[in-house]
Design a binder for this molecule. Structure first.
Ligand code: WTA
Length: 653
């Protein structure tokens, strides 16, 4: 019998630790058990949650094309907020749930206990209810990295409303699209978002967004900086003030395990961003288990994940996973390089952080600043390092391990996606021998397969290369695309029948370790932010001077990938430096600063097949400054354009 089954009684996971097998062999036994008998395995794991009605059914899933259906623990009921808060208040009310470190290093940090977390969350729940928000309604959250973001998410979960967090770096247009697609009745924002010494005017962005939304949408405002904002009577609600007056307790709703918990928009290879839907029971069981096991989280540890709550990493490994485990979570409002490149390490020292989880792009940018910024601070509290979001190059891995981890700490490279809810492939700190640059081996319950992209066949050889698919469901998997189940089936299950297609390429080495090589579709990963080339192209062509645009990625030392845009101007429009700047600003406004092209090349023509399809392969090669082997270009309508593009290429590095 597994330790988890022995641990028995449901609801004892307030201190859900000490359960992870720490020996390599035991870890592997768990893996084998999880994939051979998922019902028994996950039935036992479900007991880490406190259920209102414990589930009797475990797995009910189908990856069959046109009939995809994913249900876990479907007859169980629970409340996610009660699991993340109330059960810890019952046992450890004074334990710190959130340590908040503000952008300004001179401003005081906040320490929020589980008891206070309950009160603040309940106050927001009560305000939402007072303004008519009910079970199943959608609430958009557009906030800085402040505790109120976590309170708001948990407040929605408490009353059964479905939240959709929008990253504070997104533009008014992007925000409006998300409010409209999710048909939200409320957007929660703040006056301003300070970050790296600069401020983003979130409220005025929201005002601009709401011009494109139904006038039924209410706007709740957190007074964060206290700066002056425009106020629309009848629509705007002062959340800070109403929280003060609201009751500090709110009962929680009984939710089905398969009721949606949140929608999170993410970019794909085509069309507009899609609303990834995660549900309650399976998602929480999976995120809390992966947080505890993959990071070897123990009671009393101080957990810091540097992601933003606007991304899935913030959902799963700042809010839901850690809080379900009763952890102490550090939440940071700032950036790694302000006021100086030692900020991360200063914060680690100040709050005695034990677990530090960040992204390759941050590590690379700090690596470029030299080691003196790391060496200046006492990092002896650290026990474990994590990395997520994009492939980490061995050089950055080694620097992280050597200089931050002093050559001793494990580096946990966690590979997963918005769609997967939690880790797919990642090492266990005690059970897995690490290899720099490899996410190593699958987590419990995950059955990765490598598929030959051209034949669609699953490759059985251990050592191989191809596209990465997953052969069976796991509890943290997304359930659908909001409002468009067919798009869900078409995007993930149509290419390789019976398999979930990740969109990533990978290598599997002779030891069965996985090495993610990056996206095989038209999705870019810029500083760990996911973006569709199609979105940036449609923003560019929306500008009046642009006739046509094609966007590709190219290798970038710090960002992983940079954005390279080929732009064909309308006839008669003069290409100037000023126009280049204008287009950059335009894309920032249309999507957000993260989508600003790094390089724009004026392209009098684009390489197209005779049927009019843009040959992106060629554009990628030119952008990579690797045009020696362009392959067959004879099928192009006008092979002459290629010469011209090579001649005037922007990346000569
Ligand atoms: C990439 C972020 C290599 C991958 C959690 C995936 C990674 C996309 C890793 C998902 C990693 C994420 N190693 N590649 N450890 N983690 N990726 O949805 O291409 O923002 O498909 O989720 O990031 O990005 P998303």
């Amino acid at each position: 019998m597994l330790d988890h089954e022995l641990r028995g009684a449901q609801g004892t996971a307030a201190d859900a630790t000490a359960s992870a097998p720490t020996e390599g062999e035991a870890y592997k036994r768990y893996y084998d058990a999880s994939v051979t008998d998922p019902d028994t395995f996950w039935g036992a794991q479900a007991r880490r949650l406190t259920w209102i009605t414990p589930p009797t059914k475990v797995k009910n899933t189908s990856f069959e094309k046109d009939n995809v259906s994913i249900k876990w623990f479907e007859d169980g009921t629970l409340n996610v907020s009660a699991n993340c808060i109330d059960r810890h208040v019952a046992t450890n009310p004074d334990r710190v749930a959130i340590i908040w470190e503000p952008d300004n290093p001179k401003a005081p940090a906040r320490h929020i206990t589980y008891r206070e977390l309950l009160e603040e969350t309940c106050r927001i729940s009560n305000v939402l209810k007072a303004h008519g928000v009910r079970k199943g309604d959608r609430v958009v959250i557009y906030l800085p990295m402040i505790p109120e973001a976590a309170f708001a998410m948990l407040a929605c979960a408490r009353i059964g409303a479905i939240h959709s967090v929008v990253f504070g770096g997104f533009s008014p247009d992007s925000l409006a699209n998300r409010i409209n697609d999710s048909d939200a009745s409320v957007v929660i924002t703040a006056d301003f978002a300070p970050r790296g010494g600069k401020t983003t005017p979130l409220k005025s962005n929201t005002d601009a967004a709401l011009l494109h939304c139904s006038d039924k949408v209410k706007c709740m405002v957190v007074r964060h900086t206290g700066g002056q904002i425009h106020w629309t009577e009848g629509r705007d609600i002062d959340l800070t003030e109403e929280m003060r007056n609201a009751p500090s307790y709110c009962s929680y709703a009984e939710m089905g395990a398969e009721d949606p918990l949140f929608i999170l928009y993410t970019s794909g290879s085509t069309g507009k961003p899609k609303g990834v839907v995660h549900t309650s029971g399976g998602y929480l069981a999976y995120t809390s288990l992966t947080h505890e096991v993959c990071f070897d989280y123990q009671p009393g540890d101080i957990w810091w994940c540097t992601a933003d709550v606007g991304w899935v990493t913030g959902h799963s490994y700042i809010v839901y996973g850690p809080l379900a485990n009763g952890a102490t979570v550090l939440m940071f409002e700032g950036i790694p390089t302000w006021p100086d490149p030692g900020r991360f390490w200063e914060v680690v020292d100040k709050h005695k952080v034990t677990h530090f989880h960040s992204a390759p792009t941050a590590i690379r940018s700090l690596m470029a600043q030299g080691t003196e910024w790391v060496d200046k601070h006492d990092l002896s509290s650290l026990k474990l390092l994590g990395t997520v979001g994009e492939p980490i190059n061995p050089e950055a891995w080694n620097w992280y391990h050597q200089h931050v981890g002093k050559g001793k700490l494990p580096v946990i490279d966690a590979y997963w996606q918005t769609e997967t809810g939690g880790h797919l492939i990642c090492p266990h700190p005690k059970a897995t021998t690490l290899k720099p640059g490899s996410a190593t081996t699958p987590f419990w319950g995950i059955k990765p397969v490598v598929v030959d992209a051209s034949s669609g066949e699953v490759i059985e050889d251990t050592k191989t290369e191809g596209v990465l698919c997953i052969a069976d469901s796991w509890p943290g998997q997304m359930r659908t695309v909001w409002g468009d189940h067919k798009r869900f089936e078409d995007t993930y299950f149509a290419q390789y029948p019976g398999l979930y297609f990740t969109g990533d390429g990978c290598r599997r080495d002779e030891d069965g370790y996985y090495w993610i090589t990056g996206r095989v579709d038209d999705v870019l990963n810029v500083s760990g932010h996911r973006m569709g080339t199609a979105e940036i192209e449609s923003a560019l062509v929306a500008h009046e001077v642009v006739a046509e645009a094609a966007v590709v990625g190219y290798p970038h030392d710090i960002k992983g990938q940079g954005i390279y845009a080929y732009v064909t101007l309308m006839r008669g429009v003069e290409p100037t430096e000023e126009l280049r700047k204008q287009l950059e600003t335009w894309v920032r406004q249309e999507i957000g600063p993260i989508a600003k092209p790094d390089l724009i090349q004026w392209a009098p023509g684009l390489p197209k097949t005779r049927s009019g399809k843009i040959m992106r392969r060629i554009l990628r090669k030119i952008a990579e400054n690797d045009f020696g082997a362009l392959g067959d270009i004879s099928t192009l309508a006008d092979p002459g354009v290629v010469e011209e593009l090579i001649e005037n290429r922007m990346n000569r590095g």
